[in-house]
Design a protein around this ligand. Structure first.
Ligand code: AMP
Length: 114
């Protein structure tokens, strides 16, 4: 989508601090980190929200979760623990309408979030 900020990162029109990428996914550091490690993993294909995934996206959804494991290991937070979050739409505070999974860690994370 032409006006989507994360699509622009995928297209390299906007810079991001990339952690890893493959054909389908891209992971990059959140520009406004809420924890010492805060990485976003996105599908390269524009999907607005978690609720827009379909049954055909099973593999992609699984890959997204496994990518969180990869990011956590790569950023050295896997052993102590980390949190993954997908905000879906307004009540969850979703700001960017391109599906993304937050991976956060590097300090004790309070639960439940507000
Ligand atoms: P959410 O509230 O779940 O939609 O989260 C969107 C996240 O995207 C926020 O944590 C923002 O800080 C982050 N964000 C927005 N623009 C950028 C950008 N250009 N590069 C990296 N992260 C971004």
């Amino acid at each position: 989508m032409s006006d989507c900020i994360f699509c622009k990162i995928v297209a390299a029109e906007i810079k991001a601090d990339i952690v890893f990428e493959n054909e389908r996914l891209l992971a990059f550091h959140d520009v406004r980190p809420r924890a010492p490690v805060h990485v976003l993993i996105i599908p390269k294909r524009h999907i607005a929200t978690l609720d827009d995934l379909s049954g055909d996206d099973c593999l992609l959804a699984g890959e997204l979760v496994l990518a969180a494991q990869k990011v956590a290991r790569h950023t050295d937070i896997a052993e102590k623990g980390f949190r993954t979050v997908i905000n879906c739409r307004a009540d969850a505070g979703q700001e960017v309408f391109h599906l993304h999974l937050h991976v956060m860690g590097g300090r004790h994370l309070h639960w439940p979030p507000g």
